[in-house]
Write a protein that binds this ligand. Structure first.
Ligand code: LIP
Length: 287
C-alpha cells in the first residue's frame, strides 16, 4: 500500500467513497446497457491486449462525472493520459478492468475507481484514500475508505467484508492472472508450475480488481500477479486491506508492476515468501 501519504487538509474519506460509488454505478450502467452487439476493438500493447469503444466511453464518462464533483482533483486512467489537479488528490481509474472478459461477454469485469494521495505514476509514492469496484453484471459493489472498513453492496443490502482466516498454504485458494506479452506469460507459467502443487487450487478470473476484492470477501485466500498498473489495483488493494487482508509487493508492503500480492493475514507471511521467490526466480530472473 506504500508509505503513508498525508491527507490534504479537509479530506473526507467517507465522502470520497460515496463519490467513487456514484461514478462507478453510472459507468457500470453505460458499459452494460450500451454494449453494442458488434464491439469495435483495437489492440494496445499486443494483439491480445484489447481496448474497446466502451473502455473509452466509460473513461470519458468517469472523467466528466469526477470533474463535475471534484474539479480540483487530478485524473489518471488506463485509456487516457493523466491530468494534474491542485487538491493533492488524484482519481485513478480503470474504466473496464477485465476487458477480454467484456469482449467475450463473460460476466467478470469491473469499473474500478480510487482517490489517492501522492503520485500514482510512482509505485510506493501514493496511497488510496477511498475506492469502489463494481461488477455491473453481478450487481456487486465493493467499496471502502482508509480506516473505515470495507463493504459489499448488492440489491440485498450492504455487508462488512472480512478476509478468510486461512493459515495453511496447502489449503489456500489462490487467484492470479497473466500478462499480454507471450514471453511474460511463459515466465508466469513457469512460476505457476511450482506454485500449483503447493496450494489447494488456483482461479484465473481475468480482472485484478475483482481478484483483490475476492480476497476481501473471502472468495480467495490469496492473489498474486505481475504486470499490474496502478489503475488495475488501486481500489481493490484498499478494499482488501480494509477487509483485514495484507497487501504487498516484491519487497515489503509496496505492490508494483513486478509483483502485487494480497492474502488473508494468517497466510500472508508464507504466501508472500512463496510468490516473491517464484517471481524472482521465474518472472524477473534470467531465462
Ligand atoms: C487485466 C487485469 C488482469 C490481468 C489481465 C489484464 P485490463 O486488466 O485486470 O488481472 O490478468 O491480463 O491486465 O487490461 O482488462 O484492464
Amino acid at each position: 500500500m506504500g508509505h503513508a501519504v498525508p491527507l490534504p487538509t479537509g479530506t473526507d474519506p467517507a465522502g470520497l467513497e460515496d463519490v467513487a460509488c456514484a461514478v462507478v454505478r453510472a459507468a457500470g450502467r453505460l458499459v452494460v446497457e450500451e454494449r453494442p452487439a458488434q464491439l469495435a476493438v483495437s489492440a494496445k500493447s499486443t494483439l491480445t491486449d484489447p481496448v474497446t469503444v466502451m473502455d473509452q466511453r466509460s473513461q470519458e464518462l468517469l472523467m466528466t462525472l469526477l470533474g463535475e464533483r471534484r474539479p480540483d482533483d487530478g485524473f489518471l486512467g488506463e485509456e487516457h493520459g493523466g491530468t494534474t489537479g491542485s487538491s493533492g488528490l488524484t482519481w485513478v481509474v480503470d474504466p473496464i478492468d477485465g476487458t477480454v472478459n467484456y469482449l467475450y461477454d463473460i460476466p467478470a469485469y469491473a469499473v474500478s475507481v480510487a482517490a489517492v494521495t501522492g503520485d500514482p505514476s510512482r509505485a510506493g509514492d501514493w496511497q488510496a484514500v477511498a475506492g469502489a469496484v463494481l461488477n455491473p453484471v453481478a450487481g456487486e459493489l465493493f467499496h471502502a475508505h482508509r480506516g473505515g472498513g470495507a463493504r459489499l453492496t448488492t440489491a440485498a443490502g450492504t455487508r462488512t467484508l472480512r478476509a478468510t482466516a486461512a493459515t495453511d498454504l496447502a489449503m489456500a485458494l489462490v487467484g492470479t492472472g497473466f500478462g499480454y506479452d507471450p514471453e511474460l506469460r511463459r515466465r508466469q507459467a513457469a512460476a505457476l508450475l511450482e506454485l500449483l502443487p503447493r496450494v489447494r487450487d488456483i482461479r484465473r478470473h481475468g480482472s485484478a480488481a475483482l481478484d483483490l476484492c475476492g480476497v476481501a470477501c473471502a472468495r480467495l485466500d490469496g492473489y498474486y500477479e505481475t504486470g499490474l498498473n496502478a489503475w488495475d489495483r488501486a481500489a481493490g488493494e484498499l478494499v482488501a486491506v480494509e477487509a483485514g487482508a495484507v497487501v504487498g509487493g516484491p519487497d515489503g508492503n509496496v505492490p508494483d508492476r513486478d509483483l502485487t500480492w494480497a492474502a488473508a493475514s494468517g497466510l500472508a507471511e508464507d504466501f508472500a515468501a512463496l510468490v516473491r521467490d517464484l517471481t524472482a526466480r521465474h518472472v524477473r530472473g534470467p531465462d
